[in-house]
Design a protein around this ligand. Structure first.
Ligand code: ADP
Ligand code: ZN
Length: 214
């Protein structure tokens, strides 16, 4: 498949993307994971991106496009991919459109995950992430907890609350989403690519997306 996942922070893009990769071996391309990896390994890109990220701000479009141009040109992306967390702004969407034309890639469709705001707030404040940048497994202290001592079930590293998952940063991210990212819904509607899914349960959502694909 070749799809874009759109949704507010906490809408479940990461979880849905992971489940979809198991379906047909598509690669999940998460800009958030790529940036966090770069921060961890202290690259120039990572250092530039970190301040924006920690404040819950978007990383500038030029920086993101630099990363994505490279990533999408990799051979394993041509056939199957799930874009998770990208594009996030109208300029990114326009740049992506040009890039797709250049690489002769055609999207199946754009998935918009619709989740009520109170559900989103609850999910974000209870989320924990494995601190190991090679793992980054996501947990939820209510519905999917790590081990009792707080370590990751997969790799044993500590799990942490991300700097951008404090109350204040979350509020700010939701505002940024409303202002910068939600206009993409109309953008892709006009392109004739948008499909909306009410998403309270990731497994049901994945089943609905698969049905649309076949
Ligand atoms: P979430 O979807 O929960 O906000 P992500 O892991 O997708 O988390 O992204 C975390 C942070 O990384 C964002 O708050 C932002 O700072 C940065 N980021 C990720 N993707 C993009 C993007 N496409 N454009 C700009 N910034 C991005
Ligand atoms: Zn782990």
């Amino acid at each position: 498949m070749k799809i874009i996942l759109l949704g507010a922070p906490g809408a479940g893009k990461g979880t849905v993307a992971k489940l979809l990769t198991e379906y047909d071996g598509s690669v999940q391309i998460s800009t958030g994971d790529i940036i966090r990896g770069a921060v961890k390994s202290g690259t120039k890109l990572g250092m530039q991106a970190k301040t924006y990220m920690d404040a819950g701000d978007l990383v500038p479009d030029e920086l993101i496009m630099e990363i994505m141009k490279e990533r999408l040109a990799e051979p394993n992306c041509r056939q199957r991919f799930i874009l998770d967390g990208f594009p996030r702004t109208i300029p990114q969407a326009q740049a992506l459109k040009g890039l797709m034309e250049e690489l002769k890639i055609r999207l199946d469709f754009v998935v918009s995950l619709e989740v009520p705001r109170d559900v989103i707030l609850d999910r974000l404040t209870t989320r924990r992430t494995c601190a190991n940048s090679d793992c980054q497994e996501i947990y939820n202290i209510k519905s999917n907890p790590p081990l009792p001592d707080g370590t990751c079930i997969k790799c044993g590293s500590p799990t942490i609350q991300r700097d951008d998952e404090t109350e204040a940063a979350i509020q700010h991210r939701l505002e940024t989403y409303a202002k910068k990212t939600s206009p993409l819904i109309e953008f892709y509607q006009k392109e004739g690519l948008l499909k909306e899914f009410t998403s309270l349960n990731s497994k049901d959502t994945v089943a609905a997306i698969k049905k649309q694909l076949s």
